[in-house]
Design a protein around this ligand. Structure first.
Ligand SMILES: Cc1cc2nc3c(=O)[nH]c(=O)nc-3n(C[C@H](O)[C@H](O)[C@H](O)COP(=O)(O)OP(=O)(O)OC[C@H]3O[C@@H](n4cnc5c(N)ncnc54)[C@H](O)[C@@H]3O)c2cc1C
Length: 455
């Protein structure tokens, strides 16, 4: 079999690149090292309950424009439920339960109106949101091509940026910190401000729906990975799992790609592997790639810990609740999100460096206790089962001083990169992965057209 393009890596980046190439009539082979597709956004069967479980709850936002286009192309838009606007229930450290609900007004008025009406806050805290209008406007302007506006400097942390812009401690704890932890997977005291400003600029753009939260209604494998596989295979491409690849480079170009006993020559390769796997992907003349490989080696990671608890009865009647100020920052009720017979709550700790080395028993008891503190009625409910999922390299670090992220093009002829760590301006998210996948596919399809018209 010969293929026009080979995509290495079957996560959001690789699959979105492969789907866009397939749409353009390019014959694609996807090689995924693991036994299942999805990479860091995947699902597997729980050993005891047989229930499909995600490797961690994934939340999408209305502003994930490329992700929506990808899901639309593979016929999977119905596998995600998008709220009409931003609305979240929060239970603070004292157990006070309140709801932030942003009305359908032109942005950023919807956020301002939502915060002004939020009973979790004193008036001083509510009014401080007005001070964010100017930095948000700057961040929006910064997105324009060739813009010189700078909303936040690369050396300042999210905390510094928010304090500089007059955000009170209570508003930071209740709104900005949970948002930053979810979007950046790093505490605001550690993460650099520019990617956060970029997320806010995209969330609070002209469409109020851009800030709305969307949750997959199917396990991640069924939500996008298998539909993407079906799309590619129905159009003459192939997707192989359990197929770790090696890309051989010679004389500044891609020589061939190998997986096990198979070997392919290909005009174009997309390396859609995470930064921490890039170093092992190439053999041969890797010297032209050395500056990129050095940056990949130097990039640090930030973990996510998920504790799954199964109960004999439902604990709350909303899809998710925020638990600001606690180690487990969000609780998701899987039964109301994806269905299922049992009450299954996923508690998520982002930026989980302080937790990742603790034992399973300790993590389970800690997560359960935090849930009981927030929801005292949960004391009457019996826990049936508990599991822990650690993703030590869930995302790359956004701390100031981390290496610069590469673009999709490389100095090696025929080789493009994709993945959430590509320089999209966004943090390590599904949307960053898909944008990079689309950008790599666009670059390659232009190149393949030029090559074939040159024959
Ligand atoms: C627990 C958790 C929760 C998250 N929550 C959210 C969220 O709520 N919202 C959000 O937007 N983002 C979230 N993220 C981040 C999101 O999952 C990632 O940004 C995204 O999935 C990255 O996709 P990717 O394709 O760039 O990389 P990956 O998903 O890592 O895919 C790369 C693939 O390459 C494969 N590979 C590596 N080496 C080789 C090789 N030599 N040959 C063949 N294949 C190879 C790997 O096995 C992997 O499958 C979360 C991440 C985690 C871990």
């Amino acid at each position: 079999m010969t293929y026009d393009a080979i995509v290495v890596g079957g996560g959001f980046a690789g699959l979105s690149a492969a789907v866009r190439l397939t749409k353009r009539g390019v014959r694609v082979l996807v090689l995924e090292a693991r036994g299942r597709l999805g990479g860091r956004a995947t699902s597997f069967e729980d050993r005891e309950t047989g229930e499909p479980v995600d490797n961690g709850q994934h939340v999408l936002l209305g502003c994930y424009t490329d992700t929506w286009a990808f899901l639309g192309e593979i016929g999977a838009l119905g596998h995600v439920r998008l709220d009409p606007a931003l609305a979240v229930t929060m239970i603070d450290r004292t157990g006070q339960r309140t709801r932030l609900s942003c009305p359908s007004l032109p942005p950023p008025l919807h956020l301002v109106a939502g915060v002004m009406d939020w009973s979790a806050l004193a008036w001083r805290d509510r009014l401080s949101i007005l001070r964010m209008r100017a930095p948000l406007r700057l961040a929006r302007r910064q997105m324009q091509p060739g813009a010189r506006a700078i909303a936040a400097s690369p050396g300042e942390t999210v905390d510094n940026w928010l304090i500089r812009n007059g955000q009170t401690a209570r508003l930071r704890e209740m709104l900005w910190e949970p948002l930053a932890m979810a979007a950046l997977n790093q505490p605001p005291s550690r993460a650099a401000a520019p990617p956060f400003a970029r997320v806010l600029a995209e969330m609070f753009g002209p469409d109020p729906k851009a800030a709305a939260i969307a949750l997959p209604t199917r396990p991640l494998g069924d939500m996008y990975a298998e539909p993407a596989r079906a799309y590619i295979e129905a159009r003459g491409g192939a997707v192989r799992t359990g197929a770790p690849a090696v890309v051989h480079l010679r004389e500044g170009r891609v020589g061939w790609v190998e997986s096990g006993a198979d070997r392919w020559d290909s005009a174009a390769v997309v390396a859609a592997v995470p930064w921490f796997a890039l170093g092992d992907l190439f053999q041969g003349d890797t010297a032209p790639l050395e500056p990129i490989l050095a940056r990949a080696r130097a990039a640090e990671a930030s973990p996510i810990v998920t504790v799954n608890l199964w109960f004999d009865r439902p604990l709350f009647d909303e899809p998710f609740i925020g638990l600001p100020g606690r180690a487990m920052q969000w609780a998701f009720d899987q039964r109301s999100i994806v269905g299922g017979a049992l009450s299954h709550v996923s508690l998520v700790s982002s930026g989980a460096s302080p937790l990742v080395a603790r034992t399973n028993t300790d993590l389970i008891e800690h997560a359960h206790q935090e849930l009981l503190d927030a929801l005292p009625t949960a004391r009457r409910v019996r826990r049936l089962r508990a599991t822990v999922i650690r993703e030590p390299r869930a995302t790359f670090s956004l701390a100031p001083g981390q290496p610069e992220r590469p673009g999709v093009s490389t100095p090696v002829h025929g080789l493009h990169l994709a993945g959430d760590w590509i320089a999209t301006g966004l943090p390590a998210t599904i949307e960053s992965a898909v944008r990079s996948g689309h950008a790599a596919a666009d670059a390659i399809s232009g190149h393949l057209v030029i090559e074939s018209s040159g024959h």
